[in-house]
Design a protein around this ligand. Structure first.
Ligand SMILES: Cc1cc2nc3c(=O)[nH]c(=O)nc-3n(C[C@H](O)[C@H](O)[C@H](O)COP(=O)(O)OP(=O)(O)OC[C@H]3O[C@@H](n4cnc5c(N)ncnc54)[C@H](O)[C@@H]3O)c2cc1C
Ligand code: SF4
Length: 563
């Protein structure tokens, strides 16, 4: 086989790289460790609750035995468990007192099937933060470098949302927004009146509220507001690799996908200073194989990418491929979650809603942007929120059977609202991924060891986020307001980032400003490992934009013969 490019991983970032490279006319091979998935055919989105195993729930014994970590995800249920790895079959280690929740999906499409579809742009508050407060190294890019690529990926993916004119949450190329419900509108009015620099806006999300001809040509249809998205969507109404990027790549006839191909390591040719091959192990037969191409993109997701590059040691790179800086595997970050508050509202009992809106509202960051007084930490947090009527929201999970249950569900219950904080985590060299050479998985690959903790800045930020959430809910007339609890272990927000960070200086970073390895010109990395800081917004839209940008950079360099 003869390829121009190899892409490792078919999730959000790998899907984008494959699409852009194929559309540039490059013969592209995607190597995916998980199984093949047929869009629509393999989803359970049309199964009613009573046809699902355990009515959508997973028995506690099965969770404990196989999904101890994965089942902590809100999206894990008996209709979506097929998109989560079995922890029992894919072990990793952490220090006893420092857990890390590594939530994974090994299949074609990766976690683009289960993701929450929240899509926000980072701003120059994020790209300049490290330089200004001295935590971490400076990003090699600014908002203006990525802005046209945000435009490009938003148009293609289909993002619904509303433009708000906020510097910290740049506007975009949006499809019509979904609507706030009556309680959210009242919360918005009260919060914005009390705090003129805070904004409550409908969430921006990767759902087709009004598909364009480009979306329709790929077989995608409008969102039906069913809110069973984590099962996979037969309408292709939310963005995933399976509904969008891989079908677009296939249309070019330049794409080859090989599933069940676990990338074990990359080979390096020192004479040419290039990656010379990608070695795989067949997940089923355990047979080894090697593939070659002119350029290689590693998009296996933050921790897995670090694993592959660390395992690709050689005489010339004894500490991992492209790792002269010793930054590889370090600076692991994740958004701080488990913070915020919830409450119930005594009013609006004559108001209802129609359908199951698959998203909520958003309160963008204000701390250390427009509100700086009495702040004893750097960076900030945003809130994602949702409100609904209690027994309708719990719906099929409400205990009971038969006529008595039906009767009870006629009463929608009081309005409930949650404000769920997402806080920035600072980059620290000791938060890192290493390989445990003594312990191997069933394919003989060294296990990943993850050592990652929160520090004082995250704790202070979390405390403030919960306090602010409590105050905003009480001010808006909510009762029974309670903080959500304690900070959850790193990894819990599933926004892991930073293990092969971008930077200007090859001595302190793995990648340059185009996601190209400083040390090896035909090696690119475009998943969350490239991130130099986390910002406060959900990161996948940024991975998409950086992936598209890097793919075009590689195509240009290949065309000019520079790589
Ligand atoms: C429940 C949930 C909700 C989320 N909500 C949001 C949200 O609202 N907004 C947001 O921005 N993000 C969200 N995320 C995070 C989002 O899913 C990830 O940021 C995104 O999928 C990362 O893209 P990726 O391409 O780096 O990795 P993935 O999508 O995980 O894809 C990586 C792929 O690489 C493959 N792979 C791994 N190792 C190897 C190997 N050795 N060889 C070959 N292939 C390999 C995997 O099988 C996988 O298919 C959520 C995630 C979850 C699980
Ligand atoms: S809510 Fe929309 S995107 Fe989600 S499963 Fe239903 S139709 Fe698909």
């Amino acid at each position: 086989m003869d390829f121009d490019a190899i892409v490792v991983g078919s999730g959000i970032s790998g899907g984008w790289v494959a699409k852009e490279l194929c559309e540039r006319g490059l013969k592209t091979l995607v190597l995916e460790r998980g199984r093949d998935v047929q869009h629509r055919v393999d989803y359970l989105d049309f199964a009613p609750p009573w046809e699902l195993p355990h009515r959508g729930m997973v028995p506690e014994t099965e969770k404990a035995q196989h999904y101890a970590i994965q089942s902590t995800s809100y999206a894990f249920n008996s209709a979506s468990s097929q998109w989560f790895v079995r922890d029992s079959e894919h072990p990793y280690s952490t220090p006893m007192d420092r857990p890390f929740s590594w939530i994974r999906g090994y299949q074609l499409g990766g976690r683009s099937i289960t993701w929450g579809r929240q899509t926000y742009r980072m701003s120059d508050f994020d790209f300049k933060a490290n330089r200004l407060d001295g935590h971490g190294i400076d990003w090699p890019i600014r908002y203006e470098d990525i802005q046209p690529w945000y435009d490009r990926v938003e148009r293609f993916a289909g993002i619904s949302g509303s433009n708000e004119g906020l510097e910290q949450l740049p506007d975009g190329q949006f499809l019509p927004p979904l609507a706030l419900n009556c309680v959210e509108l009242a919360f918005k009015q009260k919060t914005e009146a009390d705090h003129p620099t805070r904004r409550v806006t409908v969430a921006r999300c990767a759902h087709l509220t009004e598909p364009t001809p480009e979306h329709i040509a790929l077989g995608r249809g409008p969102c039906q507001l069913r809110n069973v998205c984590e099962r996979g969507c037969g309408y292709g109404a939310y963005f995933s690799s399976l509904s969008a990027t891989l079908p677009a790549a296939r249309k070019t006839n330049k794409l080859t996908v090989i599933t069940d191909a676990i990338v074990e390591r990359l080979d390096y040719d020192h004479a040419k200073r290039r990656v010379s091959g990608v070695r795989t192990i067949d997940a089923n037969t355990k047979q080894g194989r090697s593939y070659q191409a002119r350029v290689v993109f590693v998009c296996a997701s933050t921790v897995a990418t670090a694993q592959i590059l660390l395992a690709s040691k050689s005489e010339y790179f004894p500490h991992g491929l492209a790792n002269r800086s010793d930054a590889l595997g370090r600076h692991l970050m994740d958004h701080v979650v488990g913070i915020g508050a919830s409450g119930t509202h005594p009013g609006f009992l004559d108001r209802y809603y129609y359908g199951r809106r698959p998203t909520g509202f958003y309160v963008p960051r204000y701390i250390n942007i427009t509100e700086n007084a009495d702040v004893d930490f750097v960076r900030g947090f945003g809130f994602q929120g949702y409100s609904s009527r209690s027994s309708w929201q719990r719906g099929e999970h409400e205990a009971g059977v038969g006529a008595e249950l039906k009767q009870r569900l006629r009463e929608p219950g009081r309005w409930e609202m949650s404000l769920v904080g997402f806080g920035e985590m600072l980059p620290r060299a000791d938060n890192r991924v290493t390989l445990d050479e003594k312990r191997r998985d069933q394919w003989g690959i060294p296990l990943v060891h993850i050592d990652c903790t929160h520090a004082e800045n995250e704790r202070r930020l979390a405390e403030r986020a919960s306090q602010d959430a409590v105050r905003m809910l009480i001010a808006a007339g909510f009762e029974n307001v309670t903080p959500l609890g304690a900070i959850r272990p790193p990894g819990s927000s599933v926004h892991e980032m930073g293990t092969a960070r971008m930077g200007r200086d090859p001595a302190t970073s793995v990648l340059n400003g185009h996601n190209q390895a400083h040390d090896i010109s035909n090696l690119f990395v475009t998943d969350g490992s490239c991130m130099t800081s986390t910002g406060t917004v959900n990161p996948s839209l940024t991975y998409m934009a950086l992936s598209a940008r890097a793919a075009h950079r590689a195509a240009d360099l290949l065309a000019s013969g520079e790589i």
